[in-house]
Design a protein around this ligand. Structure first.
Ligand code: NI
Length: 172
């Protein structure tokens, strides 16, 4: 069964997630399920709080080119350790805010340190869509959504639409 993804507004999406202390089998299983849910949605990133688990884990795969091999990455305790002065604006969306998109400006390049599922320290610099996506997912671990970067009116409009969507889904 595919993991259900929480829809905003939900108090769990506003919480700061706790660090992961070890790379257990349970965590590996959760990562597999999260990747499955992400690909099926389809999406390019998913954070554990979006499936109701308040742990610092994200998954992402921003390969978009047709026919290019998938590159699923699982990050435990990811941390942005360096950002470029150069900025980049992307139209962002979120699996917890279906069908809503808005421009968000973030650093164009980011270096991220994390632990992989084998407990090894990893570090990589991302650019383009990968840079935007990894920052968006790490924000989720701080209880922050992309709509928090928007003007209050626009944010409220989107939130109202989501409340309505959730009401409709609950009735269906
Ligand atoms: Ni998101």
């Amino acid at each position: 069964m595919t993991l259900p993804i929480l829809i905003h507004p939900d108090p769990r999406l506003k919480k700061v997630s706790a660090p992961v202390t070890d790379s257990s089998d349970a965590l590996r299983e959760l990562a597999d399920k999260m990747l499955h849910a992400m690909y099926e949605a389809p999406g390019i990133g998913l954070a554990a709080p979006q499936v109701g688990v308040l742990s610092r884990m994200i998954v992402l795969d921003c390969v978009k080119e047709e026919g290019a091999p998938a590159r699923p990455i699982v990050m435990l305790n990811p941390e942005v350790v360096e950002v470029s002065d150069a900025l980049n604006t992307y139209e962002e969306g979120c699996l917890s805010i279906p069908d809503q998109f808005a421009d968000v400006t973030r650093p164009a390049d980011v270096t991220v340190a994390w632990m992989d599922l084998d407990g090894n320290a990893q570090k990589e610099t991302f650019d383009g869509l990968w840079a935007t996506c990894v920052q968006h997912e790490i924000d989720h671990l701080e209880g922050k959504l992309f709509i928090d970067y928007l003007k209050p009116l626009k944010r409220q409009l989107i939130t109202r639409k989501m409340v309505k969507l959730k009401r409709e889904r609950a009735r269906a």
